[in-house]
Ligand binder design. Structure first.
Ligand code: CP
Ligand code: NVA
Length: 332
């Protein structure tokens, strides 16, 4: 970490500033803590039990792309922990009038305690973090969407990975099979890092020309290489999977490619046939928003194996655990 990023005003004994810019930034042990903590935080939310661990803290949220879930989950989550939120977009801040990202980071991080950014290139969030005095969280870039996969894995654990007492057992994930059908995009890259970090198998089936880019997903230390298998046929990729998941054919920022993508992705629609070859108790996930009839059949996303609404809700619970961890370290 750049020592210049350490604020002179930080209280004595405060944990060093950490950022969450991609899934590989945390270890398996840290994820196990976060899953367990998120379960507690969710249980307290469901029982109307106050959890004000971030009283007087302020989250800055910067959106350079549209959002529903990320906005609501971070904003509601921060208020529920006793903190408050500042919401900025490109259009209503100086970011849209070419103020350098480095200058913006220096200013915003002097007045707030934690920052969430949704933007385009990963290099932008990295520049922000390098100039920030406070933790920075990736709320989606062209390359990664780590908060979403954090929620997805927590959802998988809730549905399939609990022990006899109903407690989450994060070790459940080791050796399981997750199948990605569709674009080799920010979600696919993040799944790859998650498989490498948490020890599950990832299968990836994309149309030709839309493959996952190892240069993006694999970390500088080589984490992720060899953690996945490529399938040209999505049906084969789904055989015996524990989880089948997909995403839009055209991500935000790639709209000009919409027509070409519609043609290329026609066979990459998760349908009942694909779900039928997966394990009998396989789940279906989608980060949302979804396009029924494109990347997923309505019968699948609205069917009994789909857990997309729990998945969306869990964004809030895991991000509350994440913000608390970045600001306060481990609480138990
Ligand atoms: N899944 C997700 O990040 O949704 P939003 O784009 O609505 O934030
Ligand atoms: N891959 C999609 C995810 C949206 C939440 C996008 O980047 O637009």
């Amino acid at each position: 970490m750049n020592p210049k990023a350490i604020p002179s005003t930080l209280p004595q004994g405060a944990p060093p500033v950490r950022h969450y810019l991609q899934f590989a930034d945390f270890t398996e042990d840290e994820y196990h803590y976060l899953f367990t903590r998120a379960a507690l935080i969710k249980q307290k939310f469901k029982t109307f039990t106050r959890h004000h661990t971030l009283g007087d803290r302020t989250l800055a949220m910067i959106f350079e792309k549209a959002s529903t879930r990320t906005r609501v989950s971070f904003e509601a989550g921060m208020y529920q922990m006793g903190g408050s939120v500042v919401h900025l977009t490109t259009g209503d801040s100086q970011l849209g009038r070419a103020e350098p990202i480095e200058d913006s980071a220096k200013v915003i991080s002097r007045m707030t305690d934690i920052v969430m950014i949704r933007t385009f290139e990963q290099t932008k969030i990295e520049s922000f973090a390098a100039n920030s005095r406070v933790p920075v969280i990736n709320g989606l870039t062209n390359e990664f969407h780590p908060c979403q996969i954090l929620a997805d894995l927590f959802t998988l654990l809730e549905h399939r990975g609990t022990d006899a007492n109903g407690q989450i057992d994060p070790n459940y994930l080791r050796g399981k099979t997750v199948t990605w059908v569709g674009d080799g995009n920010n979600m696919a890259n993040t799944w790859l890092q998650a498989a490498a970090t948490l020890g599950f198998h990832l299968r990836v089936s994309t149309p030709s020309g839309y493959e996952l880019d190892e240069k993006v997903a694999v970390t500088p230390h080589g984490m992720g290489a060899g953690s996945y298998k490529i399938y040209s046929n999505p049906l084969e990729a789904c055989a015996d999977a524990d989880l089948v998941t997909t995403d839009v054919w055209t991500s935000m920022g790639y709209e000009a490619e919409n027509e070409a993508r519609r043609k290329a992705f026609a066979a990459w629609c998760v349908d009942t046939e694909m779900m039928a070859v997966a394990k009998a108790d396989a789940l279906f996930m989608h980060c949302l928003p979804a396009h029924r009839g494109e990347e997923v059949q309505a019968e699948v996303i609205d069917g009994p194996q789909s857990v997309v609404w729990d998945e969306a809700e869990n964004r809030m619970h895991v991000q509350k655990a994440l913000m608390e961890y970045l600001l306060l370290g481990r609480k138990d």
